[in-house]
Design a protein around this ligand. Structure first.
Ligand SMILES: C[S@@+](CC[C@H](N)C(=O)[O-])C[C@H]1O[C@@H](n2cnc3c(N)ncnc32)[C@H](O)[C@@H]1O
Length: 191
């Protein structure tokens, strides 16, 4: 399917974003959303496509979503408008340290257009998100899905993922535009 057809398909199905199809494919392949999943953390959640998908697939899960931007409410999803760097200050989430089964991140920083600066910003945000996943996932048993971008620091980030998870896999879902350079890492079994 042509990349833009995914956007049309999302609109037809009343979905909040075409990003939903990317997460759906990764979840199908990794089986990361297991039966009995109790807590899910959605980082960079607005406009809410991923949270909505998790709620539909796993209605009994508690979903916590965080974004700099506002997000229209979704029944059963607790949303916090906050920078990910301040996540520990959100008491309701902080109380669940080491209790999340799944952390998903679709974070994308604002781009400056200066390649080296943008690559560094993406890397730093990725590392911050990886550390957050490490702090909030259940030890030995959680899963992490993160969007990042193909650039000169990707290998360095993958190495950090490999130090943090027993299993690391790379995904490029069909709904992801090839020219966007976005790519997804899946980490399972935090070390
Ligand atoms: C591609 S969008 C997420 C789309 C979402 N997964 C969906 O399916 O609707 C990326 C989001 O990351 C958020 N973001 C970027 N930097 C952030 C930060 N430091 N803290 C929290 N959210 C951030 C942006 O505001 C934006 O809404």
């Amino acid at each position: 399917m042509h990349a833009d057809s995914w956007a049309i398909k999302a609109k037809q199905q009343g979905l909040r974003s075409r990003a939903v199809f990317k997460l759906e494919e990764i979840l199908q392949k990794t089986k990361a959303l297991k039966k009995g999943t109790s807590n899910v953390l959605d980082i960079g959640s607005a406009p809410g496509g991923w949270s909505e998908l998790i709620k539909a697939l796993s209605p009994t899960s508690q979903i916590f979503a965080i974004d700099l931007l506002e997000m229209n409410s979704i029944e059963g999803v607790k949303f916090f408008q906050e920078d990910i760097i301040n996540i520990d200050q959100i008491e309701e989430i902080f109380l669940l340290k080491n209790k999340f089964d799944l952390v998903i991140s679709d974070l994308a920083p604002n781009l400056t257009g200066i390649r080296m600066v943008d690559e560094e910003n993406i890397f730093e945000l990725n590392i911050l998100t990886l550390e957050t996943a490490g702090n909030y996932l259940k030890q030995g048993n959680g899963s992490f899905i993160i969007k990042t971008f193909q650039n000169s620091l990707l290998k360095k980030f993958r190495l950090q993922m490999e130090k943090s998870f027993q299993l690391v896999q790379t995904y490029k879902p069909a709904a992801s535009k090839s020219k966007s350079g976005e790519i997804y890492f899946y980490g399972a079994h935090p070390l």
